[in-house]
Design a protein around this ligand. Structure first.
Ligand SMILES: NC(=O)c1ccc[n+]([C@@H]2O[C@H](COP(=O)([O-])OP(=O)(O)OC[C@H]3O[C@@H](n4cnc5c(N)ncnc54)[C@H](O)[C@@H]3O)[C@@H](O)[C@H]2O)c1
Length: 348
């Protein structure tokens, strides 16, 4: 099979391609990415994208559709991929995550691609007090990012049939080590705080709930979706994928327990965090018993810690560094490398 992975030069991409090379070695992998963060590597021994058979650099908004000829499966990761970037670049987020992504799916179906996998997000449940949200719970997308994922899911639902099997994986908040590490994620941020300054500063009062999933387990779920046949759950499936729901304060305590002499400071005066939700993962548990998350919270922390030790990470100012996706995009725009609508310019 030929498998196209869009957005493969991001945080998840390098972990995914290593996983797929091990678990589905018989396939051919083609990467496609705009390279917004391609210069940000974390102690990698080789460019991660060289693990693909072919790598294309380009913008999803100008996607060369002939690349879809002969492709069997599209794994669609390319996106403006979090709330802060979505807020700063709201119109672009809609264009990339919804309009261009939808056009890719329409064309993929037309050209005989048999499966389309979307990296969606549990953030589409928004602020959700009470019982954990299941797939049949009402959606409450509060941000441009979450709204774009909802619209893309809706479009895919209309396209899916027995010849075009769609799986939307509603991922929990990612965590864990990657050749392209991000520190704009709650657990990764806490480990970076502990390693660089010995103090975890929680930006909320610590009470919000966050479901988490390690990037290795996201890859395992994508492998399951690649293998999925329409007989399992029908041509369109949207499913929550994660391991455990945690309160933010408990994540900080787990990091402090793993990294000795770490202090925790809580912002008791913080405005209530709107993004608090628990998610029910039982549908995925029942459907994919052999592809359940394997990595414990402790292991994620340990892998982050050893990965950061390897690169001698000690930057206490990391919240304005290249490990924050929004900062990277803003710097590219300020230096005129990217236009305001995030297209590369020829500026040196
Ligand atoms: N990290 C998380 O917590 C999380 C959780 C749930 C879902 N997801 C989803 O998983 C996917 C991968 O996440 P990630 O953490 O690797 O994100 P990332 O931002 O690190 O990587 C996304 C990649 O997409 C590329 N991209 C963006 N716009 C593009 C365009 N117009 N054309 C071509 N490429 C473009 C970027 O260059 C980047 O390499 C995203 O769709 C994201 O929304 C992530």
């Amino acid at each position: 099979m030929n498998i196209l992975i869009t957005g493969n030069a991001g945080y998840l991409g390098p972990v995914l391609i290593r996983h797929l090379r091990r678990s589905l070695p018989q396939h051919r992998y083609i990467g496609f990415d705009s390279g917004y963060f391609a210069h940000v590597l974390t102690g990698a021994s080789r460019l991660p994208e060289t693990r693909c058979d072919v790598q294309h650099w380009g913008d999803l908004r100008d996607f060369p559709y002939d690349l879809l000829n002969g492709i069997d499966v599209v794994v669609h990761l390319a996106a403006i991929s979090n709330d802060p970037m979505g807020q700063r670049f709201a119109a672009v987020t809609e264009t990339i995550n919804d309009t261009a992504s939808r056009a890719l799916a329409v064309e993929a179906r037309r050209r005989g691609v048999r499966a389309f996998i979307l990296a969606s997000s549990c953030s589409i449940y928004g602020q959700a007090a009470g019982a954990p949200r299941s797939e049949s719970s009402p959606l409450n997308p509060l941000t441009a990012y979450a709204r774009s994922k909802v619209r893309m899911e809706e479009a895919l639902q209309c396209l899916a049939d027995d010849q075009f099997v769609v799986t939307s994986l509603r991922f929990a908040t990612a965590c864990g080590m990657s050749d392209r590490l991000r520190l704009d994620l709650v657990l990764n941020d806490f480990v970076a705080c502990a390693m660089s300054s010995g103090e975890i500063t929680i930006l909320s009062d610590g009470t919000p709930w966050r479901p988490l999933i390690d990037v290795n387990d996201m890859s395992l779920a994508i492998e399951w979706a690649i293998r999925r046949q329409p007989g399992v759950a029908g041509p369109f499936l949207a499913v929550n994928v994660g391991k455990t729901n945690h309160q933010v304060i408990d994540l900080a305590k787990a990091v402090a327990a793993a990294i000795p002499a770490t202090r925790i400071s809580v912002n008791a005066a913080a405005a209530p965090d709107k993004r608090s939700y628990q998610v029910d993962f039982s549908l995925f548990q029942s459907m994919a018993p052999d592809h359940q998350p394997q990595v414990s919270l402790r292991q994620s922390i340990e892998q982050l810690r050893s990965g950061m030790q390897r690169i001698k990470f000690a930057d206490s100012e990391f919240r304005s560094s290249d490990y924050m996706r929004l900062k990277v995009l803003e710097r590219h725009v300020q230096t005129h490398q990217l236009t305001d609508d995030l297209r590369w310019t020829g500026v040196q």
